[in-house]
Ligand binder design. Structure first.
Ligand SMILES: Cc1cc2nc3c(=O)[nH]c(=O)nc-3n(C[C@H](O)[C@H](O)[C@H](O)COP(=O)(O)OP(=O)(O)OC[C@H]3O[C@@H](n4cnc5c(N)ncnc54)[C@H](O)[C@@H]3O)c2cc1C
Length: 411
């Protein structure tokens, strides 16, 4: 596009992560080719993303339902591994196992969660989007925005102008758009970082996911397709630097006690990534003709593997509000529509973020009495299948959003 000509897509989305792509596809599938969507990605960011997309993501049933309703699950499910069982334990500073919990991870006979590699998930979505005429991409930085009567204009740093009814920010935790709209957030640095890696091992994992809570942070093992598991090893931020320039052998030696022997020998370790951890919730999810979704709106501790699942529930709810408004002939970027989105999403976001924050604080506390309390708590819950069923249901995300897509229904 030439400088200063105005392009007018119906919706503009900033950021090209998984939340953005699922949101765009939700609109495209429901509204067809006449509804145009522009995704603005950042050139520099997309390059460094290659390094960031090394994680293996656990996806809950709410996400599976969204993907099913959009007709994407058939393609994506072939890359997933179902989780059959979850084993949680708490380990004290003397390396003594202090109680454990075992869950059968299924709801009505179906696995309650699956794992998928983030880069495969994103690449498959991009392939599908590539076949749709009305979703286009540009690489640009938005320098400023200008509110018009019933639209909003974005002026990019090279002077191009895009005008739309609604601007949606899905540009991650450091969202520039959130800052541009002067929306404040509440948050703190966990002073923890997670090392994620893919471990190839000699024996089967049988779909078992393991989470061991150490006083320095949790060590999670997620089953992946084949004889592979993903580890997410959380520790104090200052300790993780020792692992930045490690070699395979060094890491193998370091993780073998945490990893255990059940999966046989550790053969290889790949896809290593390091992520600093933050808690962050945006004070508002919307502004004038503006909405935040995904990590741009909230960043949660990864111990429960729920950040992306929550973000996709945002995408599903916002898409539903837009689609309904378009069908009734309303202005979908107006405050009444997007404030409805905020109202529907606020509780799930805040309650989930605070729950994971409390679990992290509980297990990383240095108080011996609290540790004993945790040990008794895990053992008591282990004997109460009905409480375990509630946990599995909560983790599925099915109770957290009433949107049609999360219930597996089309828009
Ligand atoms: C160690 C770890 C493990 C995790 N495991 C899980 C899990 O098992 N399950 C789960 O549900 N969640 C998990 N999460 C959380 C999950 O990774 C995030 O919630 C999810 O990636 C957020 O997706 P998003 O699309 O909102 O943001 P991002 O993935 O951060 O993507 C934002 C996109 O915006 C783009 N972008 C960023 N800045 C700009 C800019 N200035 N201009 C343009 N574009 C920009 C980037 O290109 C990026 O693609 C984990 C997180 C961590 C740290």
């Amino acid at each position: 596009m030439n400088k200063n000509t105005i392009d007018m897509p119906d919706v503009v989305v900033k950021g090209d992560g998984i939340v953005s792509l699922v949101f765009a596809l939700s609109l495209q599938i429901a509204l067809g080719d006449n509804f145009t969507i522009l995704i603005i990605r950042n050139k520099e960011f997309s390059k460094s993303n290659i390094k960031r997309n090394v994680r293996t993501i656990s996806i809950s049933l709410s996400t599976v339902n969204i993907l099913r309703a959009l007709g994407l699950w058939k393609t994506l499910s072939s890359y997933t591994q179902s989780i059959s069982k979850i084993v949680i334990s708490s380990i004290n500073r003397d390396n003594i196992n202090g109680g454990y919990l075992k869950f059968n991870s299924n709801i009505s006979g179906e696995a309650a969660s699956y794992t998928i590699e983030e880069h495969i998930f994103r690449d498959e979505l991009l392939k599908i989007i590539g076949t749709r005429k009305n979703i286009s991409f540009i690489n640009a930085d938005v320098g400023s925005v200008l509110h018009k009567r019933n639209t909003i204009q974005m002026i990019t740093e090279d002077g191009s102008i895009y005008e739309t009814k609604l601007l949606v920010a899905a540009d991650g935790r450091k969202s520039k758009m959130r800052k541009l709209f002067k929306i404040k957030d509440v948050g703190w640095d966990y002073n923890q970082a997670s090392l994620s890696a893919v471990v190839e091992h000699s024996k089967r994992h049988d779909g078992v996911a393991i989470e061991k809570f150490y006083s320095k942070g949790p060590f999670a093992i997620l089953p992946m397709k084949g004889n592979r598991s993903s580890i997410i090893w959380t520790m104090p931020k200052d300790e993780i630097h020792a692992y930045k320039d490690f070699d395979d052998l060094y890491l193998k030696d370091k993780i073998k006690d945490y990893f255990g022997r059940d999966r046989g020998e550790i053969l290889r370790i790949n896809n290593i990534g390091i992520f600093e951890l933050y808690f962050q919730i945006s004070r508002k999810l919307v502004g004038t003709r503006f909405a935040l979704i995904g990590d741009a709106a909230h960043t949660v501790h990864p111990l429960a593997g729920q950040g992306l699942n929550i973000g996709l529930r945002d995408a599903a709810t916002l898409a539903e509000k837009i689609v309904d408004a378009v069908r009734y002939g309303f202005d979908f970027g107006s405050s009444s529509i997007i404030e409805d989105y905020e109202k529907d999403r606020r509780f799930d976001i805040v309650s989930s973020a605070l729950a994971y924050d409390s679990i992290n604080k509980f297990f990383t506390n240095k108080d011996k009495n609290l540790y004993q309390f945790g040990k008794i708590g895990l053992s008591v819950i282990e004997k109460m299948p009905w409480i375990k069923n509630i946990f599995v249901h909560e983790a599925s995300g099915l109770n957290s959003s009433g949107s049609r897509l999360t219930r597996g229904k089309s828009l």
